[in-house]
Design a protein around this ligand. Sequence first.
Ligand SMILES: NC(=O)c1ccc[n+]([C@@H]2O[C@H](COP(=O)([O-])OP(=O)(O)OC[C@H]3O[C@@H](n4cnc5c(N)ncnc54)[C@H](OP(=O)(O)O)[C@@H]3O)[C@@H](O)[C@H]2O)c1
Length: 224
Amino acid sequence: MSILIIGGSGLLGHYLKRSVSSDYEAPTSTELDLLSYNSISSYLKRREYKVIYIAAALTNVDECERDPDKSFAINCKAVKYIRELAPKAKIIYYSTDYVFDGEPGKFSKIEMPNPINTYGRHKLCSESYLQTYSQDHIIIRTSWLFGLDEKQLNFPMQIINRLKNNINPVVNPTHFGTPTYAGDLAEKSVAIARNATNGLDRISNGFGSIYGIHNIVSSVKKIS
Ligand SMILES: NC(=O)c1ccc[n+]([C@@H]2O[C@H](COP(=O)([O-])OP(=O)(O)OC[C@H]3O[C@@H](n4cnc5c(N)ncnc54)[C@H](OP(=O)(O)O)[C@@H]3O)[C@@H](O)[C@H]2O)c1
């Protein structure tokens, strides 16, 4: 029995690989392609997994709008296939504050979801599937991930890259949210996977604004 990290090349996946024990697999999206039932099936049939972290997703919200079929396949249908093909595994699934409509203060797990975009609808679709048909899973809602990833696409890295290129970022001072350090999320996820059974949790590091983060990043990072 082992641990499988799907999405190991992503921001969260990078930290999950550090946080889990050494006995894990983290296939690339070529080795396990969530767009293909055959790919998911042939990978999962190779061995039995104790825990499967689903950190893979189509996270580009605009791409989800442009290509809703792809979003549905990766962000929803693939989760159903994984559940069916690995019935004994505990699934750790990552969801998002996009299951809500964005009204301030509405991120508590007792609030009613009300997604207003394709990404949010498809992430909620996975949540609902697991809650209805799965016995052993944890859904973790999170938001505004940041950390040091290879692609450097997360928002503090974007701020740094813009400042490095002398591009003055347009920052909305009223844009508030709940930033989450991906390293903290990974460690907490591993602890939850060891101790909890079924459930829905929410993990973030606190409350802040893009404007505040921009000010912190630009003051602590020496931009060369
Ligand atoms: N980033 C945020 O601010 C945020 C906020 C809330 C929730 N979340 C959720 O947290 C989780 C992790 O997000 P993240 O920011 O770490 O994601 P990310 O950096 O965008 O990485 C996405 C991962 O998904 C993989 N992937 C994409 N298409 C795939 C496919 N067809 N088959 C297999 N793998 C595929 C990517 O592999 P390749 O590199 O090979 O494409 C990559 O490893 C996701 O479930 C996301 O919805 C993220």
